[in-house]
Ligand binder design. Structure first.
Ligand code: MTE
Ligand code: MO
Length: 248
């Protein structure tokens, strides 16, 4: 049975959500929050998305669609380590690349800007219902992962902020991580990424809701298992009850 036939004949069929969940498990399509009360629904959503929209891209807009007044959600960190970083023009900021890679690495903003750049005009949509369109510039996460020698056994990439008051982390599967639109973003609308929008570095995951686009990132970790990350979901947003997979 092919994966696509699985959708048509199984997941979307009359077998019920629980049966669909068992089929999804056979094909490795259960998300980290696939257990618990909402697990079967989360699994069905994730599995059907992964099967039906594999490789699909987030919509890209013409530059005239860029929002005049993008909305920054939340205030920039006030922590001393962050304020010192601002004062220093983020010269000491590093992005650490760890976990299942042959060559663990750490890159400055300047080094990241030296890699092939990618730009996209995409929409950031918050789960609360608002959205804005902006141009993001950065380096594809896939480029950085390949440079570091990502293991063929990798299943997830976890990314986290600097250890600040609003510390947070989230994760995506390897398909999302290797997708060309998934960026480590350092620029927005033609300037360095403003701190309200996550400067100097944010993960930009345009195929998923805004909360997956974590701001102030300082570390990415490649793994085959999310159990060791937080409460085991590899995502603070999922710990708060948001869906781990937030595909649009
Ligand atoms: N570090 C950090 N990143 C974050 C958040 C946050 O609170 N802290 N909020 C998330 C949520 S819920 C959304 S909708 C987007 C909002 O992005 P914006 O500030 O560019 O509007 O950022 C995401 N990234
Ligand atoms: Mo959000």
């Amino acid at each position: 049975m092919t994966r696509r036939k699985l959708v048509v004949g199984g997941l979307a069929g009359l077998g019920g959500v629980a049966a669909a969940g068992r089929l999804a498990a056979q094909f490795g399509l259960v998300p980290p929050d696939g257990g618990g009360v909402y697990g079967p629904g989360a699994t069905l959503n994730y599995a059907t998305h992964r099967l039906l929209t594999a490789g699909a891209s987030a919509r890209e807009f013409d530059s005239e669609k860029i929002s005049k007044v993008p909305y920054p959600n939340g205030k920039p960190p006030k922590d001393e380590i962050f304020v010192r970083q601002i004062a220093n023009g983020f010269l000491d900021w590093r992005l650490e690349v760890a976990g299942m890679v042959e060559r663990p690495a750490s890159f400055s903003i300047a080094e990241l800007k030296g890699f092939p750049a990618s730009s996209q005009v995409t929409q950031l949509a918050c789960e609360e219902g608002w959205s804005y369109v902006a141009e993001w510039k950065g380096v594809a996460l896939s480029h950085v992962l390949r440079l570091a020698g990502v293991s063929p056994l990798a299943k997830f990439v976890v990314y986290e902020t600097l250890p600040i008051k609003g510390f947070t982390f989230d994760s995506i599967d390897i398909e999302e991580a290797m997708h060309p639109q998934t960026l480590i973003s350092y620029g927005m609308n033609g300037v360095d990424l403003p701190i309200e929008f996550g400067g100097p570095l944010r993960m930009r995951v345009p195929r998923q809701l805004g909360y997956k686009s974590v701001k102030y990132i300082a570390k990415v970790t490649v793994t085959d298992n999310l159990k060791g990350f937080g409460k085991g979901l590899g995502s603070m947003d999922a710990e708060f009850g948001y869906s781990w997979y937030a595909g649009i």
